[in-house]
Design a protein around this ligand. Structure first.
Ligand code: PLP
Length: 423
């Protein structure tokens, strides 16, 4: 048994106690302890990337300070430690997603790479001219463009299920789009631009009724909702570490083991092979067959620390607090008559997209930055959803469990200041 010094998934905020204490949680995040432009930083861009708690920073730091070596190949102590830490990270992410075994987790660069991997390995061989891939209007570009590339390669056609004015999927229309030609469904679990949580269990059931496999883009769901891929019954699920308080440059693809076992390799290189000659190469087992080259070892370890951090806070408390915060923020924005919220679904992750009549979103973002408020303006890599609402861009406040009601008050006060300039 290899010994490991990876014993630092220490989390200051404990899950004990009645409710989540955002002030205490904020203390776990060093980057939030600063002033920007003379104001305490109010970070409202967690859907773009989340901040990192000290335990994640420590996990990465610990790896490079004590355990750094390449994995899977060395017979020496450091390499064995690094390998064990990396494989422990895989087991942690499998547990986080409710996968039935660690081998169902493939470490990738993030959701974007995970979707491209599925497109090029699982879906490509199943596609012929006129076959269809079904997505929804509210997809991020990374769940649109890989399918367009696949359509160009195979002659398949990309179909889009529509949404209503609240930003919710129209289930009847989704059902009608599932035709004999539909060979794959790829849908977001939660929308980054609107916040909508899709009724994915129903959508999966409808697709599976017709034997159509389903990929869920979980980039925005994983930081906010408990995910259980077994209960959901999805075939593939994708997440990005950096959206869920972990390092950038790493993420995970969950795939059902029987499906992964039948898939060809994605990229060729070291670690994905069993033996190589110039005449013939045999491939490694799942999941290593899909992880060519040296992976982001420290990133995977930090990713696992982030998943532990969320689990130790407890999803029940997280859900309760974030719902309360989203309600508070929604009321604060609705109280400003010039603001129109884009995306009013009944089930949402804490994302608030809005426009202010007559004020360009980028202008709002720049003024708010002067007050220390980091907020996103633009199309949020979801241009089709902007087209659906016939707007070029929105301002987006995306919240996390380290945001407080005081953060929302600062946002509302600064938005009123913006409006004063235009009166
Ligand atoms: N899907 C959704 C819903 C997203 O919000 C994002 C990023 O914003 C992505 C996919 C792409 O994630 P990444 O850039 O981490 O690959």
């Amino acid at each position: 048994m290899v010994s490991t010094s990876m014993n630092h998934t220490h989390v200051k905020s404990s899950s004990a106690g009645a409710s989540l204490d955002p002030q205490r949680i904020k203390q776990d995040f060093p980057v939030l302890q600063q002033e920007i432009n003379g104001h305490p930083l109010v970070y409202l861009d967690s859907a773009a990337t989340s901040q990192k708690p000290q335990c994640v920073i420590d996990a990465v730091n610990h790896f490079y300070t004590h355990d750094n070596a390449n994995i899977h190949r060395g017979v020496y102590e450091l390499s064995m430690r690094a390998t064990q830490a990396y494989e422990n990270a895989r087991a942690t992410i499998a547990n986080f997603l409710g996968a039935s075994r660690p081998e169902e987790i493939i470490f990738v660069r993030g959701t974007t790479e995970a979707i491209n991997l599925v497109a090029q390995t699982f879906v490509r061989d199943r596609m012929g001219v006129g076959d269809e891939i079904l997505v929804t209007t509210m997809e991020h570009h990374s769940n649109i463009v890989p399918w367009q590339l696949l359509c160009q390669q195979t002659g398949a056609v990309l179909k889009v299920a529509p949404i209503n004015d609240a930003g919710e999927i129209i289930l009847d229309a989704f059902r009608e789009k599932l035709t004999k030609q539909t060979k794959f469904v790829a849908i977001t679990h939660a929308s980054n631009a609107l916040g909508t949580i899709n009724p994915v269990a129903d959508m999966i059931a409808l697709a599976h009724d017709k034997d159509i496999p389903v990929l869920l883009d979980g980039a925005q769901a994983a930081p906010h909702l408990p995910i259980n891929v077994a209960t959901l019954g999805c075939d593939f699920y994708t997440i990005s570490s950096h959206k869920m308080f972990g390092p950038t440059g790493v993420g995970a693809l969950y795939g059902r083991y029987d499906l992964l076992s039948d898939m060809p390799p994605y990229q060729g290189g070291g670690d994905m092979i069993r033996s190589v000659t110039f005449e013939q190469t045999t491939y490694n087992d799942v999941p290593h067959i899909f992880e060519a080259g040296t992976p982001h070892i420290a990133g995977a370890i930090g990713f696992a620390a982030a998943a532990q951090y969320i689990l130790q806070l407890g999803f029940d408390k997280l859900l309760t607090y974030e719902k309360e915060l989203l309600d508070y923020a929604t009321k604060a924005l609705i109280a400003i008559p010039e603001i129109r919220i884009i995306g009013t679904a009944s089930e949402k992750v804490p994302v608030l997209s809005f426009i202010i009549e007559g004020v360009h979103p980028h202008y709002v973002g720049t003024i708010l930055d002067q007050k220390g408020i980091a907020i996103r303006s633009g199309h949020h890599c979801a241009q089709p959803i902007m087209d659906r609402f016939e707007i070029p861009a929105t301002v987006r406040a995306s919240l996390a469990m380290y945001n407080t009601k005081e953060d929302i008050d600062a946002l509302a006060a600064s938005l009123k200041d913006v409006l004063e300039v235009f009166r």
